[in-house]
Ligand binder design. Structure first.
Ligand SMILES: Cc1ncc(COP(=O)(O)O)c(C=O)c1O
Length: 395
């Protein structure tokens, strides 16, 4: 690795995103012709819905793709607003929707618009690492909402009440990453009320909405129109590389975020917005709901087969794309374990430290994106890896 430039700022010293490093290794192995089962990344292996591809072809040929409005193409924002209103029974206006470069651009804009250096932000632990990395770069102070099996790996309002400092913002992710669990709608309502009462911004990352295996999914805006909702085409809509997401915000925040977005990105990718209108059609939904069935099958394989290979403790996913698995019986360094597993068996898993700097060295995250057959084979190979290491220790 090359030496760090002395010109780098303090704020640039964020943790590496190890999942992305693992993904690079997967790409390299595949280039070298080595077979690899990928359980590390949270990206659908399916492409964009057919209806979107048709729209994309038309958009590509129908004129120059210039900048859209800063806050996003009006028609696209209307589709998002209508989808949100119809799904959750709320009145969401396109005026409150701001289209961003993936939801990553959305939560960056939301953080910039609501936080000053030194502000406290409460976020789930384990939780999505990019929040932590960006918040640290922005000089915010993080309050971990430590979750476990007792709260089905989701934060509670009681946890907020017991915090040492009142946060300026609270982040909720449901279905969770890395846990795949869905917050109970009543609990989300209590959290939303607590945030309103404490002048605290609720940022609800709803990126994995559309992907439930049965539990009801509520949007934070059912309970508070002050809440910021984060959404994306990357997950349920199976359009990861198109880099289109959105935030739904309160009237009083639109102009500030528009001004930030104008300087941060000018606008989100035009092609994704033009074609993305078709992602909200019934035709697309039929295709996309079929993918959710595949994730459900992969979940079933994991839940049934992991205990038999010595991995019996995990967060049972209610939806989303992941299962969070305790590997502490086999290692206290899940990053090394993950690299050894990849070298020995060609199975790529995500080491837990990304998601939980404190306890993640005892956990890994597996993705539900592979087919049921590939998932079965991956679990078998992990089992072989565990057995071989046990035999080496015994002999
Ligand atoms: C919880 C969560 N939020 C946000 C993102 C960012 O997604 P994108 O920028 O592709 O919308 C991810 C990606 O994995 C995620 O898991």
């Amino acid at each position: 690795m090359s030496e760090q430039s002395p010109l780098l700022s303090q704020r640039s010293r964020v943790q590496p995103f190890r999942v992305m490093q693992m993904l690079d290794l997967v790409h390299r192995r595949r280039r070298e012709g080595k077979s690899t089962i990928m359980f590390c990344a949270g990206q659908p292996v399916t492409g964009a819905p057919e209806a979107v591809l048709e729209e994309a072809e038309i958009a590509l040929r129908s004129g120059p793709l210039g900048y859209t409005e800063v806050v996003g193409d009006r028609e696209f924002r209307e589709r998002i607003a209508d989808w949100h209103s119809a799904t959750y029974g709320v009145q969401t206006s396109a005026d409150n929707v701001i289209v961003t470069t993936g939801s990553s651009g959305g939560f960056l804009a939301a953080f910039l618009a609501t936080l000053d250096p030194g502000d406290y932000v409460a976020m789930p632990a384990p939780g999505y690492p990019a929040y932590r990395n960006i918040l640290e770069a922005l000089g915010a102070r993080i309050l971990d909402l430590r979750t476990g099996a007792d709260s089905r790996f989701q934060p509670t309002e009681k946890m907020l009440r017991e915090l040492e400092h009142t946060p300026k913002a609270v982040i909720i992710t449901s279905p969770g990453n890395p846990t795949g669990t869905i917050i109970d709608p009543d609990e989300l309502a209590r959290i939303a009320r607590w945030c309103e009462a404490n002048d605290c911004v609720l940022i609800s990352d709803e990126d994995y909405h559309g992907m439930s295996f049965g539990r009801p999914l509520a949007s934070a805006r059912q309970f508070s129109d002050k809440a910021i909702v984060v959404g994306t085409l990357s997950k349920y809509f199976s359009m990861t590389g198109w880099r289109v997401g959105w935030i739904i915000v309160d009237d009083g925040m639109v102009t500030a975020i528009e001004n930030l977005q104008a300087s941060l990105a000018l606008c989100a990718p035009a092609i994704g917005q033009a074609a993305g209108r078709a992602a909200f059609t019934l035709e697309a939904a039929a295709e996309l709901d079929g993918h959710v069935e595949n994730y459900r099958e992969a979940r079933e394989v994991f839940v049934e087969q992991l205990p038999a290979i010595g991995l019996g403790t995990f967060a049972d996913p209610d939806g989303g794309l992941y299962i969070w698995v305790d590997v502490s019986a086999h290692t206290d360094d899940s990053e090394r374990w993950a690299h050894e597993l990849l070298d020995a068996k060609g199975v790529a898993v995500a080491p837990g430290v990304d998601f939980d700097p404190e306890q993640g060295h005892r956990w890994i995250r597996l993705s539900l994106c592979a087919s049921a057959q590939e998932t079965r084979e991956g679990v078998r190979l992990i089992g072989e890896f565990i057995d071989e290491r046990l035999n080496v220790t015994r002999n």
